[in-house]
Design a protein around this ligand. Structure first.
Ligand SMILES: *Cc1c(COP(=O)(O)O)cnc(C)c1O
Length: 469
């Protein structure tokens, strides 16, 4: 009967299998993002729970063989769907090490290493993004949980304005929490509001036009209408369809004037501050009350990792502390975010920043900016492509628009191309609707991506489109 206790030495042999596999894998990561065999390979994992296991090496071999067929090369240079980063070599190795030593990053007692590196990495990130050193932060599983964490602090602050400790008493008996934002709001902020008991439908959108752009005058009117009643304003640094920004500095002025909390979702857009070429897009963020971003997007560390930063970290502890006599009594990261037991995510964050520094990460950001600018220029120069929105950062919203196809037929055509791109697999890109039109929205955040990959994206869309008309 296979039992790990009978063959503990197989751990090293299994790791060797993975390392051996990694040699070939990383060398051909430039290959097709997805192969036609992926679906069948994924569905081949169906057997019933084995009574007698296969043993360490056979099980790991199955995973490497069939699992590789079934996977999508999302960490390679041509995955432009959603906003998905890769793993820098240092981050990848550090993440393997995190699995090897399997630390619980909840507190110093369980891992001095993970806690020291989380403290240091958060300070480095604050420096990288130009956030005040006095703020406090915590690593989360991603931007969804970072939004949840930071908005949890905002909710606690809001309760205090009503003289209620919401973490202790709950929201019962209090008025609805007013939340104001633009049409750029990401769905995960809504999800966070739902999880926090604030409610998705408490959001007032101040939209200037169909794109969802902020109506600043409208925001001012809404805040005046509240007449000093505490409110949460959410600014969006980088919306997901075209990479556009709310006017954060102006929103910060209004929030201060009206005593509101300003939260900024910068899941990828906070990285605009890493390059002087785009920093102005995200000016004013240092005056917000809370800011979040993602590690597994533009920082290029493995899933999963996000960061939440809050001006007054005591609010995080007020929400997330969980005291018990068997747990540490001092303030620990487990009491700044939703999880008690936590993966040592800080190792990969520390490793990539230690390995490549500020200038290496600026180079990654700027290479992606270059690819986006190149793709946008090529789209504008082509007579069968149309740019649907300006591309200020790393997302290019465009559609295929050959001569002789009516406006009415273009949405269906672009959706069909979108389907075919995913099965074609040379590149991977999703579609969206921008101001009523269906288009593509490649997002460039991977450290390996170059303009050659951007060219292949356009060539693939045109080739598949041409075949359809
Ligand atoms: C990706 C994204 C999120 C959610 O992040 P996850 O890491 O997927 O949870 C939130 N906001 C914005 C703007 C995003 O791009």
């Amino acid at each position: 009967m296979p039992d790990p206790l009978n063959a503990p030495e197989e751990a090293v042999a299994a790791l060797e299998l993975v390392l051996d596999h990694a040699r070939g894998y990383l060398a051909e990561l430039e290959g097709p993002v997805r192969t036609p065999a992926a679906d069948a390979a994924a569905r081949s994992f169906t057997r019933a729970l084995p009574e007698e296991g296969d043993g360490t090496l056979p099980a790991v071999r199955q995973l490497l063989d069939r699992g590789t067929e079934a996977h999508v090369r999302s960490s390679g240079p041509r995955f432009f769907h959603w906003v998905v980063g890769g793993s820098t070599p240092a981050a990848l190795a550090a993440d393997w090490f995190a699995s090897l030593i399997d630390q619980n990053a909840g507190a110093w007692d369980s891992s001095p290493l993970a806690i020291q590196l989380e403290t240091l990495s958060l300070a480095w990130l604050q420096e990288l993004f130009g956030l005040p050193a006095s703020w406090g932060g915590v690593l989360t599983t991603g931007a969804t949980m970072a939004n949840f964490t930071a908005l949890g602090a905002a909710r606690q602050w809001w309760g205090e304005q009503h003289s209620v400790d919401v973490a202790a008493k709950g929201l019962a008996g209090l008025p609805p929490v007013p939340v104001l934002t633009s049409g750029f709001l990401h769905v995960t902020s809504l999800k966070a509001l739902a999880m926090l008991g604030i409610g998705r439908e408490q959001v007032t959108y101040c939209r200037a036009d169909e794109s969802g752009r902020l109506d600043l005058g409208g925001l001012d009117r809404e805040l005046k209408r509240l007449a000093g009643e505490p409110a949460i304003v959410i600014a969006n640094a980088g919306e997901v369809n075209a990479g556009h920004f709310d006017p954060i500095a102006e929103m910060s002025d209004l929030a201060h004037e009206h005593g509101a909390w300003l939260h900024v979702d910068g899941a990828f857009g906070l990285f605009a501050r890493v390059s002087p070429r785009t920093a102005a897009l995200a000016a004013g963020i240092e005056r917000a009350d809370s800011v979040i971003s993602d590690g597994h997007k533009w920082l290029n560390i493995p899933f999963d990792c996000g960061f939440a930063f809050v001006r007054d970290p005591a609010l995080l502890t007020a929400v997330f502390s969980a005291t018990a006599t068997y747990l540490p009594q001092e303030e620990v990261f487990a009491f700044r975010g939703p999880e008690l037991s936590r993966r040592a995510r800080s190792l990969a964050v520390w490793a990539t920043l230690a390995a490549y520094g500020r200038s290496g990460h600026r180079a990654i950001v700027e290479r992606c900016l270059d690819v986006a600018a190149h793709v946008a220029r090529e789209v504008e120069a082509a007579d069968d492509l149309e740019l649907l929105a300006p591309a200020p950062l790393n997302i290019v919203c465009f559609r295929y628009r050959p001569r002789g196809v009516s406006e009415d037929a273009l949405d269906a055509l672009n959706l069909e191309i979108g389907q075919r791109v995913l099965t074609d697999g040379r590149v991977y890109v999703g579609t969206t609707r921008w101001c009523g039109r269906i288009g593509f929205r490649p997002a460039f955040v991977n450290w390996r991506t170059t303009t050659t990959d951007g060219d292949l994206l356009l060539a693939t869309v045109r080739e598949l489109g041409h075949r359809l008309v």
